[in-house]
Design a protein around this ligand. Structure first.
Ligand SMILES: [Zn+2]
Length: 551
């Protein structure tokens, strides 16, 4: 005999699903709401009721036969996945987070599919969906259904409107001061963010980059130099300034760079809190205030200007791609090489960048700019970013599952990634130093920082206005060969004196043009971090006056 399936009408099913999602899959929302509306319990209850009624009204109005079950299962699954990341990493799912997900590599994505995540998905997503599938939903005739639905939808909307008006002062100040609250509400936040992301992608689809710096040409210094000018730009990943020994961190995470005569700039802020924002922003001639994804795409960037100005530009990527920046210059995605010396499971240690640079330098004849895009400290699998020889800080968290590690273990693993980056940068300096026939310089700057459990927040990509400084305060390190200082008229001591000047990603565009000595009208010396330490050809440099002026 067949077991009889439970039978329910659409409205009770929808009410059950709404209650389930609002109560069980919105823990962070309730936790934050309780803090932000502390002392206003009625308003918090009113907010929950209003959201429940809105959700119910929306689902009931879409409750057409054959649609309602897949729709409810979709809502449950989206909420279950989002709640895992929001609850366990303290992240917010906004448009930029969706962009990060869309631009991530499959290897990176695979590392997030931990057993704990799968368990969460089964318990909170698949199991309730299976229960829902077992229920037989009884549909009324079209007219009866319309009448019944109207009796649910309109009163729900009216009551939620009334509640909102009643609590308007509390709601409006909470949402204004705590923009993150609705950003954690499931399933609305991830769905709205996806719609916004898709809308932006559609709008940007046909954008063609307008030429920039069409007058670019080699500057006087570059023209006069007997040796080719070689600029190596290293774009760091997820490295935060705080954890660099060179910047005064309690651990010596930068023992190798310390002996290489580099200058570490200690007051540098990023343009964004994610790769997808920071990388296009830092190479564009837009400032952070003027940056938007579409305006950056509408124009060429500094790699194009450098190339037009006579430098051979190439981009070697060991991260998740150039985010469209290297669209018009030679580009290599190194993980595609599957080089067994560095790569495993579709990812490679950053030493592959040094190896590639070494090969490239043997062929270098004229002025050259090489961009190396690091995998750096990309989480949550910090332990996969460094070889065993760099497990200095122990015990180091050996899983992408932060819940299985103590906070110190996560920090230890992160600090080992910085230690390895220190090694990679020192290798680049040594490589350039071994080539006195080149006038070479290296500039390292990270794309954004990282949260390591401060206030329960991990990883990055928080909306900028509320991001902690650990996510926006980035390391920047410069090194110049003797031949470069001679050829460019740069005073190294002067540069060192400027290490505390406030800088940001806004400066990169102009600093790179200055470093490679490409002259163009779009260059602004005021934004070039080193301009004050460079003399014009045939002039005494400004170092003496700078020394007096700097702190
Ligand atoms: Zn990044």
């Amino acid at each position: 005999m067949r077991m009889k399936r439970p039978t329910l009408e659409t409205v009770p099913v929808i009410i059950l699903v709404s209650l389930y999602v609002i109560i069980v899959l919105n823990r962070t929302f309730w936790r934050k709401g309780a803090v932000y509306l502390d002392g206003h319990e009625y308003q918090l209850a009113a907010l929950g009721t209003a959201l429940f009624l809105l959700m119910t009204a929306a689902l009931v109005s879409l409750s057409v036969k054959f649609v309602v079950k897949p729709l409810l299962i979709f809502v449950i699954l989206v909420s279950a996945v989002a709640s895992y990341f929001v609850d366990s990493f303290g992240i917010m799912i906004d448009r930029e987070m969706i962009a990060n997900v869309a631009l991530t590599t499959s290897t990176e994505a695979g590392q997030l599919l931990t057993s704990r995540f799968l368990l969460h998905l089964v318990a909170y997503g698949l199991l309730p969906s299976a229960l829902l599938l077992m229920v037989k939903i009884e549909h009324r005739t079209w007219w009866a259904k319309f009448r019944q639905n109207s009796l649910v939808v309109f009163p729900s909307l009216l009551v939620s409107l009334a509640l909102t008006l009643l609590c308007y002062p509390a709601f409006s100040s909470t949402f204004r001061n705590h923009g993150d609250l609705l950003g954690t509400f499931n399933p609305a936040a991830p769905l709205v963010a996806t719609v916004k992301y898709v809308k932006r992608q559609m709008a940007e689809r046909d954008i063609v980059a307008k030429p920039l710096g069409t007058d670019a040409h080699p500057g006087e210094r570059a023209t006069a130099s007997r040796r080719p000018m070689v600029t190596v730009v290293v774009i760091g990943e997820t490295a935060r300034a705080l954890n660099f020994g060179l910047n005064g961190y309690s651990r010596d995470t930068t023992p190798e760079l310390r002996t290489r005569g580099v200058t570490s700039f200690r007051n540098v802020s990023s343009c964004g809190t994610s790769t997808a924002v920071s990388v296009p922003c830092m190479f564009s001639n837009l400032t952070r205030a003027g940056y938007s994804s579409s305006s950056a795409r509408s124009s060429e960037n500094v790699t194009d200007v450098l190339q037009r100005g006579g430098a051979k530009v190439s981009w070697f990527d060991n991260d998740t791609g150039s985010m469209g920046v290297a669209a018009r210059v030679p580009y290599e995605f190194l993980p595609d090489s599957y080089d067994p010396r560095f790569c495993r499971g579709g990812e490679c240690l950053d030493d592959i960048l040094v190896d590639r640079l070494r090969g490239e330098l043997t062929r270098t004849r004229g002025d050259t700019v090489i961009v190396l895009h690091q995998l750096g400290s990309h989480g949550p699998s910090y332990y996969r970013r460094y070889p065993d020889g760099f497990r200095t800080f122990r015990p180091d968290c050996r899983t992408a599952e932060f819940a299985d590690c103590k906070r110190e273990e996560i920090v230890n693993a992160y600090d080992n990634t910085i230690l390895y980056t220190d090694h990679v940068l020192a290798e680049i300096v040594d490589l350039l130093n071994s080539r006195p026939d080149l006038a070479s310089s290296m500039l390292y700057v990270s794309d954004h920082g990282e949260s390591l459990g401060e206030n329960g927040i991990y990883l990055h990509a928080m909306p900028y206005f509320m991001a902690p400084s650990t996510q926006t305060h980035v390391p920047m390190i410069a090194w110049f060969s003797g031949a470069y200082k001679e050829a460019s008229g740069l005073d190294g001591d002067c540069v060192t004196q400027l290490r505390d000047q406030p800088l940001s990603h806004d400066n990169l565009f102009h600093t790179l043009l200055g470093l490679a000595d490409v002259a163009t009208q779009v260059y602004d010396a005021k934004l070039d971090a080193f301009a004050a330490c460079r003399s014009r050809p045939g002039e005494k440099h400004l170092a003496f006056s700078m020394k007096g002026a700097s702190r």
